[in-house]
Design a protein around this ligand. Sequence first.
Ligand code: NAD
Length: 283
Amino acid sequence: MTVPTIKLNDGTSIPQFGLGVWQVPEDETEQVVSQALEVGYRHIDTAQMYQNEAGVGAALKTAGLAREDVYVTTKLNNSQHDPAKAKASLERSLLLLGLDHVDLFLIHWPLPTQYDGTYAKTWEALVGLREAGLTTSIGVSNFQPDHLDKIVAETGVAPAVNQIEVHPYFANEAARSATLAHGAKVESWSPLGQGGGELTDAVVAEIASAHGKSPAQVLLRWQIDRGDIVFPKSVRRERLEENLAIFDFELSAEQVAALAALDKGESGRSGPNPDTFDWIPSF
Ligand code: NAD
């Protein structure tokens, strides 16, 4: 399977498909990521708050692939959301990952109820980390339209990506179109709705059977066709293979429209609303 690459607004390219490792326990991460790399994955999405960067690093080391052949993203811990802490926190990630730079570093959450006056300053710090070569690209995650407007107005620098929750039950159209309007790409998190109702939805099942594909493959293909970047999570080899096998079929315009019509608005969210999410871990 050849995974397409997407051109970002800073001139670099990102594989449109990869593996997300949220909720993969640290002691299983090396084995899961190794399996994914064996199956052909070349893009890993982790975060400081997932507490499994060392496992990702161990798998990368064992695989021995050329550095430029694997795309690695990590994200700033909500507790390090401070221009003075961002550099040390990325350096710690690099140590755990065994890398001298990541490909993409994101502000994980804006936390506007905690950091309304400072998240644009944290963004400015990320610009410095990119200039210092600790990360090739920089972006944000869970930024609402007004958060995007604010960081661009204060720094003049648009993020390369905004990683936001998107799947048919929660199309998140306002954040998605604001992201694209800033010239950034959408990375859609929880593309399988965290293994929830969409996988057994009758509309999805009918489209899947028409193509001889699984519901998960249909959900992923829909997002690939919209130009978004996806990294479904699985710890099982057969599902890793299944999720990657989405580049040999096409959805019709009617099928795309039928999937878009499943949007439930706010009630379709599987995660927290970024406007009110305020969790700051103790680590
Ligand atoms: P997901 O939508 O990828 O769903 C994963 C779950 O779907 C699995 O645990 C499994 O139960 C099921 N599944 C996987 N493959 C399947 C298949 N082929 N058939 C049937 N069921 C299958 O959920 P996710 O982990 O929440 O999202 C993916 C990635 O997005 C994360 O690992 C993480 O990297 C990223 N993410 C980022 C944020 C953020 O705030 N930036 C939040 C959530 C997730």
